[in-house]
Ligand binder design. Structure first.
Ligand code: SF4
Length: 375
């Protein structure tokens, strides 16, 4: 039955992140409960949208040791392009989804798998005239011509690097070459960005399955943000799946994803350099799971604080815990009117006062000693 296929292929797509997935509003919005495995709320760019998120097929010829699609332990299913496009458009017409996220196992060879995905997206765009959000997953080893076709059909594409380098990647499987099948294709995508419909691309790392440190991940992210137009990075904490080669391995803690998302935000949105974020790492190159990353970074650079909120530049303000881009801009505007002397003025600008106080100086007075502050 079609619904069973969608459920199975939706569940199989759950390891691919597309940002801010929450099922709460899906439950509230009257969408049938048995759609919950393939209908998800996601944040695509700054806008929220609701996606149908599925694999075209869960058959795969690769041997990724963490992935259930590499095994025979689950029932293999595929959606024909017509079935996929028709199901999606039916959900659009019922008002249940506003976009499509399509990934796939590499079943029947990468060319065939790519053709099916492209045909599905083409039907959605050309036959049904859908103009909304489409996110297509680029498959490892996919030929350049197919990547180009996908960039003409999708608003966003993604290619999962999974590991920060070739050595760590070799821990995860043996059939893909990190440099040729992934990094090279990421460079192709980078060159295509903005030339066709595709305006952004993302990548994802699996955490904990390859024994990598946070420093290795942060180093790779910094390299990608520096050298390419990568829009953002996603993380997926490893969870052992029955029937896979890593079924006995311990799962990664979810909080590690959160700490790396905080670091990503600092580097990508606040403009922190890798050398600054390194202040938050322990001797093994890992972030504390207990401590907010921005507070840990600031505490590791006591020579830079306290910052005088009445004279500091935007970049200095952004380095204060509890002050984000909006808060920094409001503070700069507010101090043109009058000096900032009291914590209530900070609060009025949207500053998280409890976090900021140990790191700021108000009217030449330091508010709290950093070493007396713990979070
Ligand atoms: S390429 Fe690897 S991760 Fe992707 S579906 Fe195939 S086995 Fe799973």
């Amino acid at each position: 039955m079609l619904i069973e296929k969608l459920q199975r292929l939706g569940t199989a797509a759950s390891w691919d992140s597309c940002g801010g997935v929450t099922q709460k509003s899906v439950r509230k919005s009257g969408i049938p409960p048995n759609y919950s495995s393939f209908v998800h709320d996601c944040s695509a760019s700054s806008e929220k949208c609701r996606l149908m998120k599925v694999l075209q097929t869960n058959t795969c010829e690769h041997d990724c040791r963490y992935c259930v699609n590499s095994t025979c332990s689950q029932r293999k299913q595929s959606l024909e392009p017509k079935e996929l496009a028709g199901s999606f458009m039916s959900l659009v017409r019922q008002g249940y989804v506003t976009g499509l996220f399509l990934s796939s196992g590499v079943g029947g060879g990468v060319k065939k798998a790519g053709e099916n995905m492209i045909e599905s997206a083409r039907l959605v765009r050309k036959k049904y005239g859908f103009r909304g959000y489409v996110h297509l997953k680029i498959l490892p080893t996919m030929p350049k011509s197919q990547i180009e076709e996908m960039s003409e059909l999708a608003n966003r594409v993604s290619l999962n690097l999974e590991a920060p380098d070739k050595t760590r990647f070799s821990e995860l499987g043996s059939t893909k070459d990190y440099r040729r099948d992934l990094e090279k294709r990421l460079r192709w995508i980078d060159k295509l960005r903005g030339k066709n419909l595709m305006k952004s691309f993302t990548t994802q790392f699996i955490l904990g399955a390859g024994g990598e440190s946070d420093l290795e991940i942060l180093g790779k992210m910094s390299e990608l943000y520096g050298k390419t137009q990568l829009w953002r990075t996603y993380f997926s904490a490893f969870e052992p799946v029955k029937g896979t080669a890593l079924e006995e391995m311990e799962g990664e803690r979810k909080i590690r994803e959160h700490r790396l998302y905080q670091s990503d935000w600092l580097m990508r949105v606040y403009g922190f350099e890798l050398k600054e974020v390194k202040n938050a790492l322990n001797e093994k190159g890992n972030l504390s799971l207990q401590r907010d990353v921005k507070i840990a970074v600031a505490s590791g650079m006591p020579e830079k604080f306290p910052v005088d909120v009445n004279s500091a530049g935007r970049e200095e303000l952004l380095r204060v815990p509890g002050i984000g881009p909006v808060g920094a801009d409001r503070l700069m505007k507010a101090r043109e009117q009058s000096r900032i002397k009291e914590t209530r003025q900070l609060k009025a600008c949207g500053v998280i006062v409890k976090q900021a106080l140990p790191f700021v100086q108000l009217d030449r007075e330091s508010q709290m000693r950093i070493e007396n502050f713990c979070t």
